[in-house]
Design a protein around this ligand. Structure first.
Ligand code: IMP
Length: 431
């Protein structure tokens, strides 16, 4: 029984939330393994739209277990708000449906303040973060100063860690970033109240998943952000602070790498990016505006307009290699309807030479030229298509071209925001 890992092949916002929602139905357990509330997974059920940030998208289904693994950074304040919001919409009626790793690291109030103040301080060199404290929380994890979920349940440990951290954080905030520092007692009491609300979810999720595998339960790993935002393999430094690639599904959940079977790469039929950094196929013209308006391309977490451009197969091929992608899912195909011609970037040239792969030097990436092939578009509305054969010939040719250039089969195609608006050529759990 294969487990499925969902990863973004671009700069995030590929529509993973919807695909995870659909595949949740076929799985027993949905696991988040990296990132935190920087993610915004939009799921539309009936007329209702829900945006999930920290809780796995499987929570909108009955009888599924949702796990937040050790690789996630969790903000307990917004986590509690998110749970209340999901419950108020009528979902998540059984608390045992959610498990939070005891070794996940916490996003503390000072992480959020540092994230925002540091971005302001950087001015035009800012990363364009979501301001949710992600980078500072992962920094503390790696520098071994982090506070884990389990730590806040031991008063003495929590007090000691908090006070050690605040000595440094307050100095940095007050003397370098010109911001207010924090009072340790205030944070302590706030977190003591919060820990009571999250206690019921906290457990050893690695052990839980190990036993679930032994019981042949099907696991869906829900990646957040995208490969080009991976801290090792993305457009560094304009990346997020976690590994977003498929291998992290193992480390961030505490299951060995041999448990990852199908790696389903999600690629939007065009490309978008939020935040700063190079974007070779970006369109700052009327076609870019067409994609933004037609695709509703505004950040689910921050509301920022997304930068839009043609599909970049140099990016998707890079992601395919990094993640061992076995199958592709194309999303938002319907957004391209109405375009006369569609361009596909097949690689880059720099100083007149074709680059062999995705360049690590972002100055080269900024200066390189995209090599395009142009294919014919289609006028038909494809949002009601439920089978491949119902797609116009040119849409089929576009998909075949992507398969040919990447060497990876496309097994799912999303043609709208709703659950039903999908063409499933093969079920990722039984490929
Ligand atoms: P951070 O993850 O908030 O530190 O932001 C770092 C970069 O990753 C910024 O360019 C963000 O816009 C981008 N980013 C973070 N999370 C997401 C996401 O879920 N979708 C798209 N971009 C994201």
């Amino acid at each position: 029984m294969p487990n499925v890992v969902i990863v973004g092949t671009q700069w995030g916002d590929e529509g993973k939330g919807k695909i995870v929602d659909i595949l949740s139905d076929k799985s027993d357990i949905v696991v988040r393994f990296q990132g935190g509330p920087n993610a915004g997974h939009t799921v539309v059920v009936g007329e209702k739209q829900t945006i999930l940030h920290q809780v796995p998208s499987g929570i909108l289904h009955d009888n599924k277990k949702c796990v937040i693994g050790n690789g996630v950074v969790i903000d307990p304040e917004t986590f509690v708000d998110e749970i209340n919001e999901i419950k108020s919409q009528g979902y998540f009626t059984d608390d045992s449906a959610l498990a939070l790793s005891e070794t996940a690291h916490l996003i503390m109030p000072y992480h959020k303040r540092i994230d925002i103040a540091r971005e302001n301080h950087k001015g035009k060199n800012k990363i364009g973060t979501t301001g949710r404290g992600i980078g500072p929380a992962y920094e503390d994890k790696v520098s071994r100063n982090g506070i884990r979920v389990i730590d806040i349940f031991n008063d003495a440990v929590f007090r000691r860690k908090l006070s050690e951290n605040l000595k440094e954080k307050n100095f940095y905030l007050e003397n370098y970033l010109n911001e207010k520092g924090f009072d340790g007692e205030e944070i302590f009491s706030k977190f003591v109240a919060l820990r009571e609300k999250i206690k019921k979810y906290v457990t050893n999720t690695s052990l839980y998943l190990y036993h679930a595998l032994k019981d042949n339960r099907k696991i869906l790993f829900e990646g957040a952000q995208g490969t080009l935002l991976d801290v090792d393999h993305g457009t560094y430094p304009f990346v997020t602070s976690s590994n977003t690639a498929a291998a992290q599904a193992s480390l961030g959940s505490g299951l060995g790498p041999k448990n990852l079977d199908t790696i389903l790469g999600i690629a939007k039929a065009y490309t978008t990016r939020v935040g700063s950094g190079p974007f070779p196929t970006e369109l700052e013209d009327s076609t870019g505006k067409f994609l933004r308006d037609n695709g509703g391309e505004y950040g689910a977490t921050t509301g920022r307009p997304r930068r839009c451009g043609w599909i970049d197969l140099a990016v998707v091929k890079h992601a395919a290699r990094i993640n061992s992608i076995t199958h592709l899912c194309l999303t938002k195909m319907d957004v391209l309807s109405g375009l006369e011609n569609i361009k596909v970037c097949t690689g880059y040239t720099h100083d007149g030479r074709l680059l062999p792969g995705f360049p690590a030097d972002f100055e080269i990436l900024e200066k390189c030229s995209s090599v395009y092939e142009e294919v014919a578009g289609w006028k038909e509305d494809i949002s009601a298509a439920t089978e491949y054969a119902q797609l116009p010939e040119n849409a089929q040719k576009y998909i075949a071209y992507i398969e040919e250039l990447t060497g990876i089969p496309v097994i799912m195609i999303s043609v709208g925001t709703r659950r039903k608006q999908v063409i499933t050529i093969k079920d990722p759990f039984s490929v």
